[in-house]
Design a protein. Structure first.
Lengths: 416, 416
């Protein structure tokens, strides 16, 4: 616990996440069967199991000739073994039958000599190398055996999983239904995009951005609009949203310095309400983690970058759980050399925005100058986070850091 | 050039890609305006430019009190400066006006003291620290200035770009129209999923898998079915596909050892036809790169893993170009310690499938045992490629390698 004026205490980030996830006890997601064409990116709800061996029969891995390997003993380019060509279904001693990649191995044969290691001469086939049984043969069940698991429940399906499932004869896959997430932003200062700005109004960027973040992870979102800074209005909208959604995400109205509108609204609606409020996390300190009707309510800061980091730390975990994953899906990561010192406060976990470049075979992470948690351009200029742990006061230039990657890497020497 | 029986010559991978891309001369993509809600993942066709400063006015970066910084000179917790609280629009000397994060800085003030560094006493405000002009103020235009580029054409939009565009007042974005790609697989041995297998038939897994790979990159695909091993049937389907598509991808019928059905079909249809056939690339040697009617035709192997690697090397570049990117979008990458020696042939670029795990702060890449280019389960067991260059004969255990990541990383010590 870290003391701070404003918040009575700040909860350590890992502890906050762990207690929230434990409290939520999210059950298995609803299951929906989708066609293979629609399955990529979805999260598998049931194991993909091989109903038979793949390949279903021994097949040639190359273009060449199927033979009995024993007939090639001692063969070399200088002392070829000679074979009779056959077109019969069965290969007998000293016979060779032409096969293309993927063809079944003919009965009697147990190896395939590659085309380039043979020569046809006077109607016969010369073989230039010695083969062992099984050479250039894809054995029945070599890819996957009947009963084996091809992909486990909880896996996010990529095109290769789809390919495997297709080869196994699946035409539909059972995946987690998309979690339904309601997004509500709060703040008297906010205006919807497409409207005319006046006075001190600013466009709300959180709602559409959070929706894109949820969608990217495989959820679907409902826009609950912009609530004014009013506990009753906020509570009313959260209550409505809970009726038809698996989770609610809010932004704004959570700073203890200002008004605790959203946490107050959440606590008005039931138990346990707010579980954690105030996290030793920069730039997402005012985040609150709550539960109502057994469903997660994620109360994020109104500052865009603080909302992003709050979602990164807590929202990802929440969505992954709603999708039936047992652990939070990590971002792509890499190790890079920190190109410039970054500062951080002892006792806070700090998310530093960096731009990673690959130059002459080395990854460099250049911190994107921190202009405060409102400057969303720092997120578009960067492609990853470096996480400074609580026990460090900054990280020095030249240190190796782990980067959690969210954007395209810059490759300095790329030609094409 | 590497000599090989079967192919007269193999073209080096980079050279093959470069000559194909140069020949293609793909123009700018068609542009379509999409709502911000639908823009994530799309590729920007026009720069996003700030039409005005963001923020539009100086605003408070914290909860606290706006003051003239000069009035705080010498202030400390032991010797506070005292201020008169005001609710007027303008802050005069020795006055303080309460502001919340995001509020405009009142006229006359030039700094904000944080709430926790103040105390209200007998109706007045004590300030405990000395401020410099601009302290805790987000300056007008600090995030992005009027006329600056927020995101460049060719950028793949992530949720943060969407957030920035929203804050800038955009309600639609101009993105590249999805390239239309026709997918045709060839092979007498292939059956469609959902049908009953008999004899030596196998399910085609390439068509749906390639479609998912194209879709993942932002293209849309049309299924041209399974063509028999017949040059005329293949040529006919490719010709039809070219009429309404930006590119054609085929699989199978490209092995010089067997029959060159697809390259022959392509060359029948016009000039230049096949530009490269046979690449010093493992496991995608029989790949052919072609152009008809100025459009790319990518002729992949029928072996699933060879088709995957052929698409990885050539297909990604093609789709990225069709989307208007000037360079191929790289996969996420990382450096890892190779956990076991991998073999490769001198003179070939070799794609090795590996499984990357993060354990005790170190990334390890475990090669997934190569069962030949047909075993698609090796792709689902792995999460990245290690590329062995042409001038290496294998890579030793313990060497540091760059991994191109296509699947979720495994984090050994992850709790939540």
């Amino acid at each position: 616990m870290v003391k701070l004026k404003g918040f009575q205490k700040l909860t350590l980030t890992d502890q906050a996440l762990q207690s929230w996830i434990n409290a939520l006890q999210i059950g298995k997601p609803k299951v929906v069967a989708v066609s293979l064409q629609d399955a990529s990116g979805r999260v598998l709800a049931e194991d993909v199991i091989a109903q038979e061996d793949l390949p279903r029969f021994d097949k040639s891995a190359v273009d060449g000739y199927a033979i009995k390997s024993a007939d090639s003993v001692g063969a070399s380019q200088f002392k070829p073994a000679t074979f009779q060509l056959t077109e019969n279904p069965e290969v007998n001693a000293k016979q060779a039958k032409q096969v293309w990649t993927g063809n079944p191995i003919p009965k009697g044969a147990n190896a395939v000599v590659m085309l380039e290691n043979t020569k046809k001469r006077e109607g016969k086939l010369e073989v230039w190398n010695q083969l062992a049984p099984g050479d250039n043969v894809s054995k029945k069940g070599e890819d996957i055996k009947k009963g084996e698991i091809g992909a486990k429940a909880g896996t996010r399906l990529n095109p290769y999983h789809i390919g495997l499932a297709t080869a196994l004869g699946y035409s539909k896959l059972k995946v987690a239904e998309k979690p339904k997430i309601a997004i509500l932003v709060t703040g008297n200062e906010l205006a919807e995009v497409g409207t005319q700005l006046s006075g001190n109004l600013i466009y709300d960027s959180n709602k559409i951005m959070l929706s894109a973040m949820c969608t990217e992870l495989g959820a679907e979102t409902t826009d609950y609009g912009i609530a004014k800074d009013n506990v009753d209005e906020i509570a009313d909208k959260i209550q409505k949203a809970l009726q038809s959604h698996d989770a609610v995400i809010t932004t704004g109205g959570t700073s203890v310095g200002g008004l605790d509108l959203v946490p107050d609204a959440v606590n008005k609606l039931g138990k346990p309400g707010v579980i954690v409020h105030g996290v030793a996390l920069r730039p997402a300190m005012p985040t609150a983690l709550a539960m109502l009707e057994g469903k997660p309510v994620l109360v994020l800061s109104g500052n865009p970058v603080a909302a992003i980091v709050g979602f990164e730390v807590f929202g990802r975990s929440m969505v992954c759980r709603l999708l039936g994953m047992s652990k939070t899906e990590p971002r792509p990561m890499l190790k890079a050399i920190l190109a410039r010192r970054v500062a951080s406060a002892l006792g806070r976990k700090t998310y530093v925005r960096v731009r990673v470049t690959l130059k002459s075979g080395e990854f460099y992470a250049e911190p994107v100058s921190a202009k405060g948690s409102g400057a969303i351009s720092t997120m578009t200029q960067s492609n990853g986070f470096v996480i400074v742990p609580e026990n460090r006061e900054g990280i020095s230039e030249g240190e190796t850091v782990v980067v959690h990657v969210f954007g395209s890497l810059e490759v300095a020497d790329q030609n094409v």
